[in-house]
Structure formats: structure tokens, C-alpha cells
Ligand binder design. Structure first.
Ligand SMILES: Cc1cc2nc3c(=O)[nH]c(=O)nc-3n(C[C@H](O)[C@H](O)[C@H](O)COP(=O)(O)OP(=O)(O)OC[C@H]3O[C@@H](n4cnc5c(N)ncnc54)[C@H](O)[C@@H]3O)c2cc1C
Length: 535
């Protein structure tokens, strides 16, 4: 049996943030995540590091939290954030009287919102509709959720925190009204793991209600599904929001070379109901059109969805339900040692982790201050290391790779130095052989999809059509064995990509998909190869 002080259930931003916080305070903790890194909503979201301007009218306190945390995350998570700034643009369809409320709200929340001339806004963002009436600049930014979660986990591990991915919590052990352990199942081996502990933090996002149920508790949580679409190019330099009360499909967020539009909001009964629909995609395009009149012509790479856990005591629902975060100390219901934390935003994950860790410390009778706002998540790469790396990695991808890898960069560099050459296997995202091999050899990596989550392999325009084949071939040549056979790996990888492609299959993307199908189904006979393997 393993022993620790705190078990955290859920490896999204909130859970890994909590693992980092407790570990930095010197409190032993183990995190359990049923999937790979950022398996839940923290990788199925918009990627906006909110300035808070979105919430200034309806929820000024939330807006203030966002702007404060936005500034902290920029500082500690530099490698995960692109400081783009954002525009709030009033279109002819929006109510002009909202603007004064917006300006007042920004002032109250401490958000620097500056109006600029429409002509200047159009010069900076030439694809923006010339019909927009007023434009305000705000300190919005973009954040990479996968990387933020990974870097939090790396930081936590440096302080002794332990994280078990592919471990599903299946039971919570209670004795005399006190939590004393957690049971988990290793999803790869089927092995059961028992962990003795004094406290459980339920950070399972949309699954939190289910986890609370394991301890016989009832948390009023309703998952709410939001669909987003990914365009294959970046047509804005900044985040572009519609200047009106929060609604569906009205924020465009640029990420690297692509742009994400979202989101919808629809009640669901399943936390993993992440399948978008073509109707939602078409509706998002219609709603986005007043900001970008050409949006219907832009090529869509894929659509995806995530679920947000809405706190719905008394039956509130949809956009009326609070999007703030909530901490429930189950001692109030007679169970000592268990705290649930859910809701909020990825932007405020650090604050959520701080508040829940404060609560845990109070329970344990420990008085150690939080240090997570002071120290960067990963170390900055020094100039000498970058210079060494420049000999093995393409210049255009060097900083991208260094930011992505964080503490893993020296290991990848060492591997690259041992190899005669280091080809790019994924050109869209600039991922080279050494990086893929290093990641593939990590114990928590089982499939091409795990490699994708760590490196962004296959996330670009080709959606894996070229790089998945190259990668399995190269890994086989280098003697790296994943859990699945090479054929199964490619098949599952492409199937997962297909899951996002099929709801927006028209125009150029349909042609790209047919090319991919021609490569794998006709030329390489992937289905046939699978049958042969089964025989
Ligand atoms: C469509 C959409 C768009 C959004 N856009 C933004 C945005 O632009 N900016 C922003 O700041 N916020 C945004 N949010 C909110 C933000 O994404 C979430 O607040 C945040 O990601 C929640 O993180 P989390 O760690 O609490 O939950 P999650 O990331 O869902 O993590 C919970 C984890 O618990 C794991 N788990 C569940 N059950 C078990 C079990 N039995 N054992 C082990 N592990 C388990 C799950 O696999 C999951 O990985 C958006 C949300 C949605 C839905």
C-alpha cells in the first residue's frame, strides 16, 4: 500500500496546480488522473487567458480575479502564454448602451481598457469587419492548456509531488466519518492500487459529482458542453471578442498558426460528452460573421467540445448558472478530510489551487504560506543551452521547442547530440525525431496520442496524415516500443483525428481528408493490415 498525506483526484489545471501548491509547501501528495495529461476540459477549451473584461458587467468579482491571475500566469507560465492583447468590438448587431456599462465595469475591476479608433483597429486587424462601430483594447492573452498542465506537473515533481496518469480513482475509504484512503485502478495493467491518506482533494472537474458520490456525498453539478471550431490559419493577431453580454460563439482566439472560435453552451448528462455536431459548427459560423464577414469561407480544420462543471444548486442552469469556482468542504456534511473544488476558469486555476491548498493545510494543522505566484513553472533555458540546441534543431522551431519542453529540454538535447541526424517528423508544429523519441521513452507514454499531447505532433494542418506514419516508422527504426503495435497506433491516432474532422467536412478540408484516406486505406491498406494482424 502506498502512503501519502493528500490524494488529489483529477489531473487538469486545477489538480496539477494543487499538486504543485501542496508540494511547494512541503506536504506529501499523490495525484491520480484517469487518462493522460490534461485528459479533461483543460485540453478542450478556448485557450483564452481572460483579462476579465468578458465578465465586468455580470460578475465584477470574477473579472477582478481574472485580471490578477492573468498577470501572475503571464509571469510564472511565460512558456505557456502568448501575450497577444485583445479587442472588444461593437458590431451593428450589438446594443450600443452596453458600452458604458463595459467601461465602468473595467474601471471597477482594474482592467486597462482603452478605446482606439476603428481605422487603427482595422489597420492592426485587417480581416475584422469594416462595419464595427467601436473597439477597446484589453490585456487578454492566449494560453496553451496542455503545456500549462504539463509544466505544473513538472514543477510539482521537482518538489516531490507524485502524479499517476492512467489511474482511475474507483473508491474512497472512510473510517468513523473520516477519509483514510483511495483505491485506484491502473487502466493499462488492470492492477488495483491502494493509497492511505489523511485528505482527498476532489479536483475532477465535470466528474466531481461522481467522485463525491463515491464517498456517499451529493454535489449539485451539471456538465455543460461547449463546442469550438479550429480554423487552419491565424487571421487575427489578437483575441477578438464581441462587445456584448456573454453569448455563444463570439470570441476568436489565435493560437500559433491557427484560430479557435467558440463557444456554445448546452446541458448534458455526461462529463465526457465531447462530440460536437455540424449544426453547432454552422451556428458558430453565423454568430462569428458580424466580426469576420468572410468566416464562412475560411477553412475549418476540426471541431471539438469540452464540458464545464456548472454548480446548479436549486436547479439553476445554462448561462444563468454561476461560472465562478466553488470549494465544498465536506466536513459540513459530516465527512472529515475531503474537499471538492470545481468550476471557475483555467485562467484562475492557480488561485483555485491556492484556496483549496489553504483549506487542506488548515485541516492538517499546518501553517505554510502559498508560494506558487512567485516562482516560474519551468526554468528559463540559458543562452549556452540554446546555442548548443541550435546545432540540432531548425532555427524557426528552436524557441517553440524550448518553450514546449521546459525541464525536458536538456534530456532531448542529449539525445539529439548522440544521433547522426535529427529530422523534422511533424513540419506543421516543428517536432523533431529527438523530441519524439525522448517523449516516447517516458514511462507514462503509451501511444501516439500521448506523444501528440506532449509534443503537438499531428495538431497542424495535415492532422496527422503525414507525420503519424513517419513517426511510427522512425520509432520502430529506433527500437522504441509503445504499448500498441505500430498499425494499431496509427489507426487509433487517425480515428481520434477523424473524431474532430467529420463535423466540418467540406471544401478544402474534405479534399485533405480524402488524401489522408487514399494514403492509409488505399495505398497502405491500413484496414487490411489490421485484419492480417488479427489473424
Ligand atoms: C468549451 C469551453 C471553453 C472554455 N474556455 C475557457 C477559456 O478560454 N479560458 C479559461 O480560462 N477557461 C475556459 N474554460 C474553462 C476551463 O477550461 C476549465 O475551467 C478548466 O479547464 C477546468 O480544469 P479542471 O482541472 O478543474 O478540470 P479538468 O481539466 O476537466 O480536469 C479534471 C480531470 O479529472 C479527471 N478525472 C475524472 N474522474 C476521475 C477519476 N475517477 N480518477 C482520476 N481522474 C479522474 C479527468 O480525466 C480530468 O482530466 C472553458 C471551458 C469549456 C468547457
Amino acid at each position: 500500500m502506498l502512503e501519502t498525506t493528500v490524494v488529489i483526484i483529477g489531473g487538469g489545471a486545477t489538480g496539477t496546480g494543487t499538486l504543485r501548491d501542496l508540494s511547494m509547501r512541503g506536504i506529501p501528495a499523490i495525484l491520480l488522473e484517469q487518462g493522460g495529461i490534461a485528459h479533461g476540459t483543460s485540453s478542450r477549451f478556448h485557450g483564452l487567458l481572460h483579462s476579465g473584461a468578458r465578465y465586468v458587467v455580470n460578475d465584477n468579482e470574477s473579472a477582478r480575479e481574472c485580471i490578477e491571475e492573468n498577470m501572475i500566469v503571464r509571469r510564472i507560465g511565460r512558456q505557456c502564454v502568448e501575450q497577444t492583447e485583445g479587442f472588444f468590438a461593437l458590431t451593428p448587431q450589438d446594443d450600443p448602451s452596453y458600452v458604458e456599462k463595459f467601461i465602468d465595469g473595467c474601471r471597477t475591476a482594474g482592467i486597462d481598457a482603452q478605446e482606439i479608433e476603428v481605422a487603427e483597429a482595422l489597420r492592426l486587424e485587417p480581416h475584422l469587419s469594416p462595419e464595427v462601430r467601436r473597439v477597446f483594447r484589453v490585456p487578454d492573452s492566449c494560453v496553451d492548456g496542455f503545456r500549462l498542465v504539463l509544466h505544473n506537473a513538472m514543477s510539482a515533481q521537482r518538489y516531490g509531488g507524485r502524479m499517476f496518469t492512467y489511474h482511475e480513482a474507483t473508491g474512497i475509504t472512510l473510517r468513523n466519518g473520516q477519509v483514510c484512503g483511495v483505491t485506484a485502478v491502473n487502466r493499462h495493467t488492470g492492477e488495483t492500487v491502494e493509497i492511505a491518506c489523511q485528505c482527498v482533494v476532489n479536483a475532477a472537474g465535470s466528474w466531481s459529482g461522481h467522485i463525491a458520490g463515491m464517498a456517499g456525498l451529493d454535489v449539485s453539478l451539471s456538465p455543460d458542453r461547449g463546442t469550438l471550431i479550429v480554423f487552419n490559419h491565424r487571421f487575427t493577431s489578437r483575441v477578438i471578442n464581441r462587445l456584448h453580454p456573454s453569448g455563444d460563439g463570439d470570441i476568436f482566439v489565435p493560437h500559433g498558426s491557427i484560430t479557435i472560435l467558440g463557444t456554445t453552451s448546452a446541458a448534458t448528462d455526461k462529463p465526457d460528452d465531447t462530440t460536437p455536431t455540424t449544426e453547432e459548427v454552422l451556428r458558430l459560423l453565423d454568430i462569428g460573421e458580424p466580426l469576420f464577414p468572410q468566416v464562412h469561407q475560411y477553412r475549418i480544420l476540426r471541431a471539438f467540445a469540452g464540458t464545464r462543471p456548472l454548480y446548479t444548486p436549486g436547479g439553476t442552469s445554462g448561462r444563468k448558472a454561476s461560472r465562478n469556482f466553488h470549494i465544498v468542504d465536506h466536513a459540513d456534511e459530516g465527512l472529515e478530510g475531503m474537499v471538492s473544488i470545481f468550476g471557475g476558469k483555467l485562467t484562475t486555476y492557480r488561485l483555485m489551487a491556492e484556496r483549496v491548498a489553504d483549506r487542506v493545510c488548515a485541516k492538517l494543522g499546518q501553517c505554510v504560506p502559498c508560494k506558487t505566484a512567485d516562482e516560474p513553472l519551468v526554468h528559463d533555458v540559458d543562452e549556452a543551452t540554446l546555442k548548443r540546441a541550435a546545432r540540432f534543431f531548425p532555427m524557426q522551431g528552436l524557441h517553440l521547442m524550448a518553450d514546449r519542453l521546459g525541464d525536458d529540454l536538456p534530456g532531448v538535447l542529449e539525445l539529439a547530440e548522440k544521433q547522426p541526424n535529427n529530422p523534422l517528423l511533424c513540419e506543421c508544429e516543428m517536432v523533431s525525431m529527438a523530441e519524439i523519441e525522448y517523449v516516447a521513452r517516458q514511462p507514462a507514454i503509451f501511444s501516439l496520442t500521448d506523444i501528440r499531447l506532449r509534443t503537438r505532433l499531428g495538431m497542424g494542418t495535415c492532422q496527422g496524415a503525414f507525420c503519424s506514419l513517419r513517426t511510427v516508422g522512425a520509432l520502430t527504426e529506433h527500437g522504441v516500443q509503445l504499448e500498441l503495435t505500430p498499425t494499431d497506433n496509427v489507426r487509433r491516432f487517425l480515428q481520434e483525428r477523424w473524431g474532430g474532422l467529420r463535423f466540418a467536412l467540406w471544401g478544402m478540408q474534405a479534399r485533405e481528408m480524402e488524401l489522408s484516406r487514399a494514403i492509409y486505406a488505399s495505398t497502405l491498406n491500413l484496414d487490411g493490415a489490421e485484419h492480417e494482424q488479427d489473424c
